[in-house]
Design a protein around this ligand. Structure first.
Ligand code: BYC
Length: 472
């Protein structure tokens, strides 16, 4: 493996692709299909070039270069983090054995499934975000949107490389399917629920990049622990790129709240919808929606799938090596959220089947960090209002709470009460129409839409008024 990619190659890579002609040919024949998909399902706004980061290296000092590139010429490369010599499996029944460089036959189906589910989310998000360029609040934001999009495209490449390189004909067929399913499609939808929802406006985009990309961080973090070394190294490198996506979400929501708070203070009222910003209660309802659909992405509270993945060594826990236990968990128990006689409760289950809950709790703790910073903005503006995370059972479609409805603070509701009150908790058509009414593009350098504050910093040391995007 070489650390630096050769950009004269058709498919830039650090996996010595030229040494495996068959694999190279297979990927080169997938490439035009990917480009067709990008042209037809990727960003819709025509651009001349965009100031983008391109991964060039996986080494410790500097892994990316920045420059204006035409998006159709973006080099979607294949990058695996550097191989750790003598890596050993850190958990499950194979703990202590050498990590696998090939797929063991008995785990082939499960590994393929995990890679396909992960791979499916990447193009899905590009599809969900394809119309947002038409209403970007600034060139800075437009550039960030496209950066996220091209990197999600690269993450698709990352999973397709694994499918092609390690899963034979079935893997190649799955790679084709990844381009055929589409977000929101009736006939061939994306696999996981959140990836069939719309991202019709920029508040949704920021909430998505905060809450849903953060699920990505945690799922990639568990796959990084995998005994299957190529998957582990792929995910490790993807996590580097993921950090920027979450920065876009975190600071995006910051800036919406900052601007709303400013107008609330200026006008001394909560009722700021008419003043061209997003009222705080609408922000809360958007947050409730994106948080709850993202909680669903962790699967059921108990799951035999996750127990099998862990025992086999396919998918570990978040920060596996920092856990102080035997990393096998066969004798351990775990308290999970559950529904007992129609009431929200806790149940003790074998730890292995509770691992989706374990990961979801890590994620929830992380999300509290977002709430803390957003409430600080409100506090700093001298406002008494606060945002909150809804209850773990709120608006769930997957897992123990799929059959019930609760308020954001966890009070059970009958189906009729839910119907009556859900507009208090989730974005209504009126909320969505209001948010959409604010979405006018601002493409002038250094200018910004009225509903959002400018960022504190630009990209790669450039100022906010830099020419991040040249439209065509
Ligand atoms: N929607 O046994 P269970 C990202 C299915 S995001 C629809 O509890 P398990 C990104 C489930 O497949 C990270 N179906 O589930 C972010 C199962 O089906 P079968 C994506 C769902 O297997 C932003 C059944 O329900 N990566 O990277 O323990 C932009 C029973 O479920 C859903 C991964 O998710 C759902 N939400 O856990 C771009 C990692 N949830 O077997 C990118 C790979 C569950 O009965 N995937 N089901 O047919 C996994 O680790 C696991 O498959 C899951 C589910 C955590 C998703």
């Amino acid at each position: 493996m070489t650390a630096t990619a050769d950009y004269t190659e058709k498919i830039p890579n650090n996996v010595n692709l030229h040494e495996d002609r068959r694999l190279q040919r297979a990927l080169e024949s997938w490439q035009p299909n990917f480009l067709n998909w990008w042209e037809s399902m990727g960003p819709r706004l025509p651009t001349e070039d965009v100031y983008l980061r391109t991964a060039v290296n996986v080494g410790r000092d500097g892994w990316a270069q920045f420059g204006h590139v035409a998006m159709r010429d973006y080099r979607w490369g294949i990058f695996l983090a550097e191989r750790e010599q003598d890596r050993f499996i850190g958990f499950g029944q194979h703990k202590g054995e050498p990590a696998w460089q090939k797929v063991p036959g008995e785990y082939r189906a499960d590994l393929q499934r995990l890679i396909v589910v992960q791979g499916d989310t990447e193009p899905a998000s590009v599809e969900q975000q394809r119309n947002l360029g038409a209403t970007a609040p600034s060139l800075y934001d437009l550039r960030n949107l496209f950066q996220v999009n091209v990197e999600e495209g690269r993450h698709l490449w990352a999973m397709v490389y694994l499918l092609h390189a390690y899963f034979g004909r079935e893997g190649r067929e799955e790679a084709e399917e990844l381009l055929h399913r589409n977000s929101g499609s009736e006939d061939a939808p994306r696999i996981l629920g959140a990836f069939n929802e719309e991202t019709p406006d920029w508040l949704s985009f920021f909430m998505f990049t905060y809450f849903t990309d953060r699920d990505g961080k945690y799922q990639l973090g568990t796959l990084k622990e995998s005994a299957f070394d190529p998957l582990s190294r792929t995910c490790e490198f993807m996590l580097k790129e993921e950090a920027h996506h979450m920065m876009v979400g975190t600071t995006g929501v910051d800036r919406v709240i900052e601007r709303t708070a400013q107008v609330m203070v200026e006008q001394d009222t909560d009722d700021v919808g008419g003043a061209g910003v997003v009222p705080l209660d609408v922000i809360q309802r958007y947050l409730n929606f994106h948080y709850s659909v993202s909680l669903d992405l962790f699967g059921g509270e108990t799951s035999t799938n996750v127990a099998n993945y862990y025992t086999a060594g396919l998918k570990g826990r978040w920060m596996e090596d920092r856990r102080k236990d035997d990393h096998k968990l066969t004798d351990d128990a775990y308290l999970v959220d559950s529904l007992e006689d129609g009431q929200i409760a806790q149940a003790e289950v074998p730890a292995l089947v509770g691992l989706n809950t374990d990961l979801r709790r890590e994620y929830i703790a992380d999300c509290h960090g977002g709430l803390k910073r957003w409430n600080k903005i409100l506090e700093g503006a001298g406002l008494g209002q606060r945002l909150y995370l809804p209850h773990v059972a709120f608006n769930r479609k997957v897992g123990a709470f799929a059959a019930i409805e609760v308020t954001p603070d966890g009070q059970l509701l009958s189906a009729a009460e839910w119907e009556q009150r859900k507009g208090d908790y989730l974005p209504t058509d009126v909320d969505k129409a209001h948010v959409r009414s604010l979405m006018h593009p601002v493409y002038e350098r250094g200018k910004i839409a009225s509903w959002i504050a400018p960022p504190r910093n630009g990209i790669n040391g450039k100022p906010f008024d830099y020419d991040y995007v040249h439209l065509s």
